[in-house]
Structures are given as structure tokens and as C-alpha cells.
Design a protein. Structure first.
Length: 66
């Protein structure tokens, strides 16, 4: 799974990656808020979103350095 996400992110432009990062951060905020109020069916989802944020940040940094 993770290699396919990385490949998807590598094909995107920096502007698209910035939009994706913004949407992932808002999703993480919503998940944390929901988890604090009444719990989640799958708390592992928070970890997955955090890892995707890190992947997007990594690809953005590599594209900006090249």
C-alpha cells in the first residue's frame, strides 16, 4: 500500500501536494476531535493519516530540492 501512495504523490505537482497536505491535516483534526468525543471504530486511521502527511511532506521537500 505505502509504495503505491508514494508513487501517486511523486506524480503530483507541488501545488497538488500542498492541497493534499491541507486536506490530510483537516482530516487528522476531525479524526482527533471525533476520537476525543466518542471514540473511533478504527483508531489506527489516525496513524495512517499521520504517515500520509509525512509522505507528502517528504515528496514536497524532495521536489523543492531538485
Amino acid at each position: 500500500m505505502k509504495s503505491s501512495k508514494i508513487n501517486e504523490y511523486k506524480d503530483m505537482t507541488v501545488e497538488d501536494l500542498q492541497k493534499e497536505l491541507k486536506s490530510l491535516k483537516s482530516e487528522l483534526f476531525k479524526l482527533r476531535f471525533q476520537h476525543a468525543l466518542n471514540g473511533l471504530d478504527n483508531p489506527k486511521k489516525i496513524t495512517q493519516v499521520k504517515k500520509n502527511i509525512a509522505r507528502v511532506n517528504t515528496v514536497i521537500t524532495s521536489k523543492e530540492n531538485n
